[in-house]
Each structure stands twice: as structure tokens, then as C-alpha cells.
Design a protein around this ligand. Structure first.
Ligand SMILES: Cc1cc2nc3c(=O)[nH]c(=O)nc-3n(C[C@H](O)[C@H](O)[C@H](O)COP(=O)(O)O)c2cc1C
Length: 351
């Protein structure tokens, strides 16, 4: 039923359509899609995931519509990116649909209402009957930050007793210098301080820490990140954020806008990185596969390429909210047809 408004929203500029959607989702009283075949459930890092499909960061930047997004059938939701202070992001227009390619280019630049506001929203969500639902918080840095590490540490301090996991986002292409934090000298220091902070705040429960990486890293950079993550007990890697590359076969006239490309044109590139990381980490770190997923068979391929969990965003804007239930059904069929007992049996099978 909600796929009809999606057709109308397509006539609006994408950022306006997104704002309308957020406002509508705040007030719609959606019924939960709680149908999760047990074949899709996994216990990972102390958390019970009813299904492996998560909402990727960027849709609910301020933790405003978590409840409604769960109603669509997601197994977990990642809110953010959240920065310590509110900020407007880059000048508009900064989101472009590539309709023919089923892709999106965005150069938003961490527009968000800041940690205080998001924290309030998350407290409200968790204090209703939603304690067991898995919500991750994706952290970033302010554009004018003079101490990026401190921005992340403040984020951890703010959310570690509230979120189910924390994502350190060092891969958005729209904040100058951010992606350099992925490079050897910088990432080691960052990860060490992040892990130390977690230890200091909460040495017993240890909230899982994920690092979100770019699809544009070379083999040496991937190896460095794998080794540093293994050595410092990072719990998960989210693979991947958007790409600054443009595949040659893009059709849309919007293909040359500046920013990060997501959706279908990112699928193969992010899978390649996923497989490499699975090999580099010997399957010892949980991988979350993101990039271009729009069907059950896309999920299947990501999981076979090494992902334990997956996330999506762009396909939701093209296909509408019934997509998640559809993907879950397709995924269950694929798993049963191939004779697996649980989704976890296929992790890394094609690497
Ligand atoms: C409009 C838009 C905004 C995004 N904002 C964020 C963000 O704030 N933080 C982040 O880590 N990723 C952000 N992303 C990236 C997504 O989380 C995801 O990694 C990427 O879009 C690939 O998945 P997809 O192809 O399913 O969209 C954004 C993506 C889009 C399309």
C-alpha cells in the first residue's frame, strides 16, 4: 500500500521527497512486519538478529523514525551519521537520482541535528516496548572539528549505554579529509583510542564496534585495515560506503555530479572488497555487506561473499517499503532450495 506514495514522491526532488517521507513516517502508525522465518535468525556478538537485513546509515540520520522502519521488516536499524554538533551539510542540490541506473549520488556532508537531539530520540525509542530491537549508531565528525578523534570518542561516550553497536564512519566522501582516517598511520591511532574508550566506559559488556570503509581502497590499504582491526579486536567491518568512482556503463545524465554513488552500480565493486576482506580477516571479523542490494538474490550473493549481515538504502527509494518483506521471502526460498538449515551456513561459501 505504501508503494503508491513512492510513485508520487519520485516526482519531487530527491531530498525533498526524503524529508516528506521522514515526516510521514513519524506520524504513520504502521503495523510491524514480524514475520521472520527462523532460518533467517542469527546470534551475533551477543545480539539476536531476527533477520540479516538492516537499514543502512543515512536514511534516519537523527533517529526519528526507528519504529516505523522496523515496521517494514528490517532486522536491525543503523541511525546517523551523527556528529557532536548539529550542522547543515553541503550546499543544495546535493542528492541526485540516476533513474536508469537505479543509483543515487549524494554529497550531503553529514547534515544532522547533532548528538543531543539524536540521543533524546533514541532514549524515547528504547524506553517504549522496543528494548530488544537492534539499533546501531553511526558516528561522524563535524566539518569544523579540530580534533576528529575526540568527536568519535564523545559519540561513543554518548551512545555506549543506549545503542546495540557503534559504527565509526571514516568513509564518507563528502567531508574533507575524513577518508584519510582510513590510512595506516591514522587508522591505527584512531582504532586504539576508540577501543580504549570503550574499555574505560564499559569493560564488562563491551559494546560492539564496527568500522565502515570505502569501496575505493587499494589492496595495501585493505590489508592494513584488516591487520589493525584484527590486532585491536574490532568486532565488525561495514563494507561499503558510497564510491567516488563512476563505472563506464552509467546511463543517467546525472552521472557526473560530485559525491558518493550508491545503488545498483555499486553492487559489484562493494562485493569485490567484501570478498577480499573476508580472505584478509580469515572470517574472524563479522562483515556487514552493503552496496546495491535490491533483491533476495543480491543478499544471497553478499552473504556467500562473506557477509554475516547486510544493509541497504538506495533500493528502498526505487522500490518502496514493501521491498524488505519481498527480499525476506526470496531469501528464505533460496536458502531452502539450496538445502541449507540456516542463513549462517552460507557465509563466505563463494569466496
Ligand atoms: C542519500 C544517502 C545518504 C547517506 N548518508 C550516509 C551517512 O550519513 N552515513 C553513512 O555511513 N552512509 C551514508 N550513506 C551510505 C549508505 O549507508 C550505504 O553505505 C550506501 O548507500 C550503499 O548502500 P545502497 O547501495 O544500498 O544504498 C548514504 C547513502 C545515501 C544514498
Amino acid at each position: 500500500m505504501f508503494d503508491i506514495p513512492i510513485k508520487i514522491l519520485k516526482f519531487l526532488p530527491p531530498e525533498l521527497a526524503h524529508s516528506f517521507s521522514i515526516q510521514a513516517l513519524k506520524y504513520l502508525n504502521l503495523k510491524y512486519d514480524n514475520i521472520n522465518d527462523p532460518i533467517l535468525s542469527q546470534h551475533i556478538l551477543g545480539l539476536d538478529f531476527p533477520n540479516p537485513i538492516g537499514l543502512a546509515a543515512g536514511f534516519d540520520k537523527n533517529a526519528e523514525v526507528i519504529s516505523s522502519m522496523f515496521s517494514l521488516g528490517f532486522g536491525f536499524i543503523e541511525v546517523g551519521t551523527i556528529t557532536p554538533l548539529p550542522q547543515n551539510g553541503n550546499p543544495k542540490p546535493r542528492v541526485f537520482r540516476l533513474e536508469e541506473d537505479k543509483g543515487i549520488i549524494n554529497s550531503l556532508g553529514f547534515n544532522n541535528k547533532g548528538i543531543l537531539k539524536a540521543k533524546k530520540n533514541l532514549i524515547k525509542f528504547k524506553s517504549s516496548s522496543n528494548k530488544n530491537r537492534i539499533v546501531g549508531v553511526n558516528l561522524g565528525i563535524n566539518k569544523n572539528s579540530t580534533d576528529s578523534i575526540n568527536d568519535y570518542l564523545f559519540g561513543i561516550e554518548s551512545f555506549c549505554n543506549l545503542a546495540n553497536y557503534i559504527t565509526i564512519n571514516i568513509s564518507s566522501p563528502n567531508t574533507v579529509g575524513l577518508r584519510d582516517l582510513q590510512l595506516r598511520g591514522k587508522i591505527e591511532n584512531l582504532i586504539k583510542q576508540v577501543v580504549l574508550k570503550r574499555e574505560k566506559i564499559d569493560s564488562l559488556t563491551k559494546i560492539p564496534i564496527f568500522i565502515k570503509i570505502s569501496p575505493d581502497l587499494n589492496d595495501d590499504q585493505l590489508r592494513d585495515i584488516a591487520l589493525i582491526s584484527l590486532a585491536n579486536n574490532i568486532d565488525g567491518l561495514i563494507i561499503t560506503n558510497t564510491t567516488i568512482n563512476r563505472p563506464n556503463n552509467l546511463l543517467s545524465k546525472n552521472k557526473n555530479f560530485k559525491g558518493g554513488l550508491s545503488g545498483k552500480p555499486l553492487f559489484q565493486a562493494s562485493n569485490k572488497i567484501l570478498k577480499k576482506m573476508y580472505n584478509l580477516t580469515n572470517g574472524q571479523i563479522i562483515l556487514i555487506g552493503v552496496g546495491g542490494i535490491s533483491s533476495g538474490s543480491d543478499c544471497y550473493e553478499k552473504i556467500k561473499s562473506g557477509a554475516s549481515l547486510i544493509q541497504l538504502y538506495s533500493a528502498l527509494t526505487f522500490s518502496g517499503p514493501s521491498l524488505i518483506s519481498k527480499i525476506k521471502k526470496e531469501l528464505v526460498d533460496l536458502i531452502k532450495t539450496d538445502g541449507y538449515k540456516n542463513i549462517s551456513d552460507l557465509i563466505g561459501k563463494s569466496v
